[in-house]
Write a protein that binds this ligand. Structure first.
Ligand code: HEC
Ligand code: HEC
Ligand code: HEC
Length: 124
């Protein structure tokens, strides 16, 4: 009996240590699909954003699928409508974990249009 309890405790501790080193659990996205498949997004979202910015700012092409506001609409937290704010908020959570600076939201809105208008992003 004692031996079994000790074994269980060891297992529980190992589980906790492992969980601590894992990537954070991020807010669930809205919708069924991203603008590209998830693996491509993980690898290349910075390139899409950069490209989209150049298209918009330098070439005046608008309304394309990689807009930053679009990312926010789908990836914001269900309650506060934001992609920043805690280790589980989508953009901040992964960036804090990966230790990659994210300074786009000094200028760009980090919350959905609904949240900026004082409405809840979507029902919790
Ligand atoms: C100093 C302010 C500032 C910062 C910081 C900034 N931007 Fe922008 N960005 C702008 C302005 C101004 C526009 C043009 C807005 C417009 O015409 O819609 C723009 C346009 C864009 C667009 C095209 C429009 C859209 O909504 O998709 C993208 C994409 C974009 N920026 C991405 C980024 C990313 C990614 C970062 C961070 C690496 C960033 N920006 C940081 C000011 C900024
Ligand atoms: C129409 C809603 C929608 C838009 C717009 C959208 N996404 Fe997504 N995103 C999703 C969904 C849903 C998933 C999960 C898809 C999957 O697992 O196949 C996802 C997955 C991701 C992932 C992988 C997450 C992970 O945990 O591995 C990243 C990174 C990502 N999106 C970034 C972005 C960025 C950056 C933008 C803007 C350029 C964006 N998304 C625009 C809905 C969206
Ligand atoms: C699943 C993890 C993950 C998520 C979620 C994520 N990012 Fe990233 N992002 C990264 C990593 C890792 C890098 C650095 C990749 C590299 O340099 O190769 C990065 C890089 C970037 C860069 C380029 C930064 C630079 O200084 O060059 C931008 C811009 C960016 N992400 C924007 C976003 C936005 C906006 C969101 C939310 C819509 C987001 N990311 C969500 C992991 C993530």
């Amino acid at each position: 009996m004692r031996v079994m309890a000790a074994g269980l405790l060891a297992l529980a501790l190992a589980g906790a240590a492992w969980a601590g080193s894992r990537a954070p659990v991020l807010d669930a996205p809205r919708g069924e699909k991203c603008v590209e498949d998830a693996a491509t997004m993980r690898r290349s979202h910075m390139d899409f954003l950069r490209h989209q910015r150049d298209e918009t700012v330098h070439r005046g092409i608008r309304g394309a699928r990689h807009s930053l506001a679009g990312c926010v609409e789908c990836h914001a937290n269900a309650k506060d409508g934001a992609v920043l704010g805690s280790p589980s908020h989508f953009c901040q959570g992964c960036h804090a974990y990966a230790a990659v600076k994210l300074d786009c939201f000094e200028c760009h809105a980090s919350r959905t249009r609904a949240a900026q208008a004082g409405r809840q992003a979507r029902s919790p």
